[in-house]
Design a protein. Structure first.
Length: 363
């Protein structure tokens, strides 16, 4: 890759023709630098980033969309729906700095190229919100207007790497930022208008394909759970008794219950367990973890249950609350799990989870 001439950059900064002047002047040099980088680096982008930029023939600059995102290239999708601010979407993406260093990604192929592939990690399109304030302003603007199946490569200036929801680029330019200019390569897979219905459909499809009529229980093959019958029932929560667990019994609040458990995504990949063999079988075994039964301190309601003095996610607690002994499975949407942000590299946001829990003993 050809190095950018510092003299050339400085010359363009002094020219200032492409600069955005702000009242505070805080980003004057930043905007000049970005304009200079786009003009000088463009011939090398295809080699260093795999990008061919679409440019305005008169200005030599890429088109700006939204509140100041540079649209470097686009392949329009063939889907009928167009993403709008406020939607949820499933997207594949790679984010990189101006020097081509990759900072985040969704695809396994990228992880393999970087040598960071882990079998238990979640790869593939992620569900994100493009409602104002729920994501970086520049990412929201980049996705809004795309059709399903479409691809865009954009450059998000550092001042738009903010979750604040202002109405114009000038308002972002008036605020300080410690973020970095970031290039995103995006592919829009699906537009989701109702995130609750989307997750319910995912769960019920899983139940029909893997549980109903197939999972053996003490009472025969499992049936579709009645979500209204569960104790403390709520939308997005499903309980399947595997062995004799039914008939919730309120333990005294000073009771300690011993359990084993395994938490999994609905694709079958376990992400946490108390059982060493299960950890090894799912490539999540760690030498720093002790695999043994865990103690649950009971309480007056499911929200009071604690493991080693720590609070539990609501779906886990609700599953335990259905049980007085034996083994049961709780499946629940992300509102009862790790929400919009997920947890680490194994659980992305808006992903339903499953916990299989066995009550081993009580004290």
């Amino acid at each position: 890759m050809k190095k950018i001439s510092i003299c050339a950059i400085m010359a363009m900064l002094l020219m200032g023709g492409c600069a955005k002047t702000t009242e505070s002047g805080e980003y004057d040099n930043e905007t000049r630098y970005l304009a200079a980088w786009l003009k000088i680096e463009h011939p090398e982008l295809e080699e260093s980033h795999g990008i061919t930029i679409s440019r305005n023939p008169e200005t030599g600059m890429p088109e700006k969309i939204g509140r100041g995102v540079y649209l470097l290239s686009e392949t329009e999708g063939t889907g009928e729906k167009t993403a709008e601010k406020g939607n949820y979407v499933r997207v594949s993406y790679t984010a990189m700095s101006l020097d081509g260093s990759i900072s985040s990604y969704t695809e396994k192929e990228t992880a393999e190229k970087l040598g960071t592939d882990e079998e238990a990690n979640f790869y593939g399109p992620h569900v994100i919100s493009i409602a104002g304030g729920s994501n970086y302003a520049g990412v929201i603007d980049a996705v809004a207007g795309m059709k399903e199946g479409g691809e865009r490569t954009v450059l998000v200036p550092k001042w738009l790497m903010s979750t604040q929801d202002y109405g114009s680029e000038d308002e972002y330019l008036s605020k300080s930022s410690s973020a970095s200019n970031t290039i995103y390569q995006l592919r829009l897979v699906e537009i989701i208008e109702d995130i609750s219905k989307y997750q319910i459909d995912v769960i019920e499809t899983y139940l029909k394909d893997n549980v109903v009529g197939k999972l053996a229980t003490d009472k025969g093959p499992a049936v579709m759970p009645d979500t209204t019958a569960a104790i403390g029932a709520c939308e997005g929560f499903y309980f399947i008794p595997v062995s004799d667990t039914t008939g919730h019994r309120t333990f005294p609040s000073d009771t300690t219950v011993k359990i084993n458990y395994t938490g999994s995504r609905l694709d079958g990949q376990a992400f946490d367990t108390t059982i060493e063999k299960t950890a090894k079988d799912n490539d999540i075994w760690s030498s720093s973890k002790t695999y043994e039964e865990q103690s649950i301190s009971w309480g007056e309601s499911f929200s009071d249950l604690k493991m080693s003095s720590s609070s539990l996610i609501s779906g886990f607690s609700r599953t335990l609350w259905q049980m007085n002994k034996g083994k049961g499975i709780g499946i629940f949407w992300s509102d009862l799990g790790y929400g919009s942000s997920g947890s680490g590299s194994m659980i992305p946001g808006y992903v339903p989870l499953m916990f299989e829990i066995e009550i081993v003993d009580e004290e």
